[in-house]
Each structure stands twice: as structure tokens, then as C-alpha cells.
Design a protein around this ligand. Sequence first.
Ligand code: GLU
Length: 496
Amino acid sequence: MSEMTKPVKTRFAPSPTGFQHIGGMRTAFYAWLLARHYGGKFILRIEDTDQERKVPGAIRFILEELKWFGVDIDEGPSREELRAIGEDYPDAPNLSSPHGPYIQSLRKARYQEVANQLIKLGVAYRCDCTHEMLERERLEQMARREVPGYSGYCRTRDVPADKPHVVRFKMPYKQEIALQDALRGKVVFESASLKDPVLLKSDGLPLYHLAVVCDDHDMGVSHVLRGTEWLPTAPLHWLLYQALGWEPPVFCHLPVVLGSDGKKLSKRHGATSSDIFRKEGYLPEALFNYVVLVGWAPGQGSNQEVFTREDLIKQFTLEGINLSSGLFDYNKLIWMNGLYVRQLPIEEFISRCESFLTQAGLPGADATFRAIAPHIQERVKILTEVPDMVSFLYKEAIDREIDSMLQKGIDASKAKEMLSVGRGALQNLPDFSHSAIDAALRPLAEKFGVKPGPLFMVYRIAALGKKITPPLFESLEILGKDRALKRFSETEQLLG
Ligand code: GLU
């Protein structure tokens, strides 16, 4: 971090073009962690200069996702700014906006000013070439097998400002551009491959390159963390910083996130939008932890994988980011989520289950659920598994996986007998507690000449319906004696 002279300030600069890919969220997490690690600031900036790709509601989505992940924002669009672009909603945060607006479509005047400054400096010029002229030029270049791009026709024409025009950057001819990337070190480009790119469009809206340089400078950004797809245009940004005499930030282009098959992470692999993970029952703290690990490691031979938020803040630096692409392994995420689920204080676990229960048509965190909750917390990995695990307590009629009952030498008539004897043993229990139930049923295994496992499976399928359930005796206790016995005898009838 020696090249840095400004206080640490990072930003997440999404374009509101739809949902946020989990790879994009990782960029936000890294930027946020770096800011928090150095006690700096974290900015949210909305890059909406491509108005055609803008999706209504996308900004709300971004704000809500960051909040869900506990990624707090120090500076970003104020309520007034959101209102100005028709993106206000009742609980939108009113973010501090000291260098605002933090929404690019509201910063047109500033981009115009910087474009004029560049023209005055002689590094940019107005161009009024028509679409047809450019298209003709492009076809000719392709016919000559040249890299297509603007010829520079207007460089010397001094197009008057009152004519419709774009502003282009005067790309130096065949200059080597060397820039520093925090992950790659020195990266060298040949300027000829970038032909006089447009900075400002004829409608006064900037292209990304002008806007990003101008905003990162104006907002005091010290570190630009963004996807590696932006690396090819970084030399242009670098040249703009040089031309304007501004100190460039530290650039850090992050490798892409791949699926475990090595292909770019897409819906084919599973959820990619962060809200889908939420709906699928992942905990934000587990997902955050896992996503950070896709491409970052604490270093110094440490194998640590499970981190508290404070731990991550303490240990996160750019040095730990891996230059090769990170692999997103859904199985590992599920494992990690299970770990986080088990660590939740019971009250917290109950309240996080609530919406999953009600969505499945169950009453929610009622007394029955509260009784079974500690027993299922040990067994679920993602919260969408919860309703299925407890539904036997709420249904009158349950479906039964009879095939799982009939195994290891237990046929229908034996199972029937086991149920009838089991019913007898439970019937007279004065106290229907799990330990009393255990004490009543366990000795029956010997009587039937089987191990306890297969015997309990018969009782499990009879009363709970399924092979995978919360622990049997606790479940029977919560189900209650009457219902438990009724389910036993129903199953006896089912078995013929
Ligand atoms: N607006 C760009 C995007 O959505 C971000 C580029 C950057 O972070 O500089 O991908």
C-alpha cells in the first residue's frame, strides 16, 4: 500500500441493469472489507449512463442486498437524488452525499466541464462524424483487415461547439502505457489498439471512461476494485488521469468467479443472483463468508475458512486476493451455511425460520415450532429445508415412505407387529417424555431380534412419514401421545 497518499476510500459502482450477480457482489464485499480494514470509507455510486439498459427497481435491489449482507455505506445517493431519478421508495436510506450526486445521470454538468477541460488541454476534440460515415469507415477497415476504430478525421477540424458532436479522446500514437495493478504489478499496453474513444455522447451523457475517472477523482477514491473485464480500458483511464493532472487510484482488477466446472458462473450452475440465495434459505453471514473466500485467502499458510465479520475485516488485504479465477462450489457453500445455522442462538434461528414457515403455509414460530426448533437446528443446512422437517407436526394426514420401513428382514407383517407392540408400550406411559418413550421402545429391538436402527425406522416412518426427520423420541413427545398412537395404528391398517 506504499503508493497511496490518500485516505482509504473504496467504492462499489454498479450499473442498474438488473439483478446483481454474486460475482459482482464479491467486488462490493472486497471493496467494503478493504475500507473497513483501513478504517476508511465505502461509497456506493450508481453508474446509470447507459439509460437504455437501465432497469427500474435495480437500485432498490442493490440497496436492499447490501443491507441484507450487512455492508454499510458511508457515502452514496441521498433520498433526494433517488427521487430525482424516480427511484424513491418508502424505506430508501438517506445516505450521506458530501461529493454528490452519487448517481451519474445527475452529474452531466460536471462531465461536460471535464470534457471541455480536456479539449482545452488539447487531449480531446469534438467530432461530428455521422453514423453513416463511421459505418463506412468501419467496413473499409475490416476489408483491409485492420482493427476497426475511428480514424481521427476530426482531430484537426476544430468542430464548433454549437454543432451536434461527440467528444473524443486523442489517443497517443503508438505509445506504451504502463500502469500498476495491485494484483498484476506493472501492466503494459500499446495505445494503438485504442482508437480515439468517445468520452461524451451528443446527448451530453458521458461514456463510462470519462464518468468513472471523473467520479473516482471527485469522490476521493483511493482504490478501484472492479472486475477484470475492465482491465483493457484501464490504460485510457490512466491517460485521462495523466492529462488532467490527477493522482490515479490504486487499481485492482479482480479475476472472474467460475463455476466448479471452470466455466463462467451462470444460472446453469445454480443461483447467481444474490436475492435467489436469500430465497433459497442461505444466511447472509454464511454467504458473505463463502463468497469472500472465492478468490481470497488469509495467507501465511493459514487454512482458516470460517471467519466472523470482525475477523475478515482484520485479515482482509489485497495481498490475499488470488490472481487466478475463483471457483464457486455450491456444496461447500451449503456446508458452510449449515455451520452458521448451527451457530445461531436458538431465538435467532427461530426468527430466521419464520418467513420460510409461513411461505410454506405453516403457522410460523408457534409453540410447536419452538419446541422442535432446537432439534432441527442441528440437522438443516439451508432454511428452506425447515418446513419439510416439521410439517409432520401440522398435518392431519401424512404421506409415508413405506419402502424405507421395510428393510433388513422386516416385512409388512413384522412391521405391523412392531407397531402394535410399540403402541402397547407407549399406551400406558404416564409421562410421554422423550426419555420415557426411549426407555419404552428401545428394549423391543431385542424382543424382535433386530438392531434398534431398523426398529426405530418403522416407528419413524409410521409417525413422522419420512426417513430424514428430527430425532425420533423428541418428535414423538412433541407430536403427543394421542397423535403418535393414532399414526401407529393408521400404519398398521395401511400394512394390510
Ligand atoms: N459500472 C460498472 C459495472 O457495473 C463498474 C465499473 C467499475 O467498478 O469501475 O460493471
